[in-house]
Design a binder for this molecule. Structure first.
Ligand code: SAM
Length: 278
């Protein structure tokens, strides 16, 4: 039984990077009139109360979203708009997870498919997305089931893969999943989140992607501290296949400023690179 609950971590520095990338991809998909499918393989609860007992226990949002003041970031307007949509009085209390951010971009013709395995988070996800008719929530193991959705009827879409990496085998499993998914739907955009807890695992994951034969892969990573085996997650990143054309330039400009705004210490760094060419 998995024990990870995202409510302990919502709005932390890793969520900030992940959700900025998510918003950029969704904006790009909605620029065209054609419908698209959004698939979230690891959805979480969808919405988090930053004042809840779980969120306040670690207070991780204080080193993440709570450090960014929206009036200072015109280039992140869409990201802040997605958060404001969940806080009608203008004060930051609720932080939207990936499903509720995506829900804000869905037009009538678009569809979303959300997987969540944890029974409690699944129930919350169901409640939090109940008013969105084009969203289907599934209390299933995405690793064994998501391939059945591919390629989507729309032939356009984003697959967000955001595991908790509770099992060491998850690193290998998500790589295989992306590889198989890509062989069924090569034109889709894939965004895979990873934590830097043990650098060797990430180096291995990166090598796998480089050797995979999949083209057009970018990587974005934000580190608050240098690598360390003792300090838990010091950095996190996103591997994006078939990214929007402007994503890399935008993050190249944003990440140094975000790192500064998050008061990242000495040894902080960011990476924006093209792992595999188009
Ligand atoms: N994507 C969410 C967001 O950005 O707001 C956060 C997701 S959280 C990091 C990972 C979630 O994946 C957890 O809620 C966990 O219960 C769920 N999970 C883990 N393994 C899964 C699997 N094989 N299939 C579906 N959900 C899974």
């Amino acid at each position: 039984m998995l024990s990870y609950r995202h409510s302990f971590h919502a709005g932390n520095f890793a969520d900030v990077l992940k959700h900025i990338v998510l918003v950029e991809i969704l904006e790009h998909l909605t620029q065209k009139d054609k419908p698209f499918d959004y698939i979230d393989t690891h959805s979480g609860a969808g919405l988090y109360d930053l004042y809840s007992e779980t969120a306040t226990k670690l207070g991780e949002h204080q080193g993440g979203i709570s450090k960014l003041k929206n009036d200072k970031w015109p280039e992140l307007k869409s990201y802040f708009d997605a958060i404001d949509e969940c806080n009608k009085d203008g004060k930051l209390r609720f932080y939207p997870g990936s499903p509720l951010i995506a829900a804000q971009y869905l037009r009538k013709k678009d569809k979303a498919w959300l997987y969540e395995l944890h029974p409690k988070d699944f129930n919350l996800l169901k409640q939090n997305t109940a008013r969105h008719r084009s969203i289907k929530v599934m209390n299933e193991d995405s690793l064994s089931n998501v391939l059945g959705l591919l390629p989507p009827v729309s032939r356009r879409g984003l697959i967000l893969i955001d595991p908790s990496y509770e099992l060491k085998t998850d690193y290998e499993a998500v790589f295989r999943l992306v590889q198989q998914a890509h062989s069924k739907f090569a034109t889709g955009t894939y965004a895979l989140w990873y934590p830097v807890v043990d650098r060797q695992r990430i180096n291995q994951l990166e090598k796998r992607f480089i050797k995979s034969g999949i083209k057009n892969i970018q990587r974005f990573e934000l580190g608050l501290e240098p690598d360390s085996v003792e300090r838990g997650m010091t950095a996190s990143g996103m591997i994006v296949i078939n990214p929007p054309w402007q994503l890399k330039d935008k993050l190249n400009q944003l990440l140094p400023r975000i790192s500064k705004a998050l008061d990242a210490g000495e040894g902080a760094y960011f990476t924006c690179d093209q792992l595999v060419n188009e």
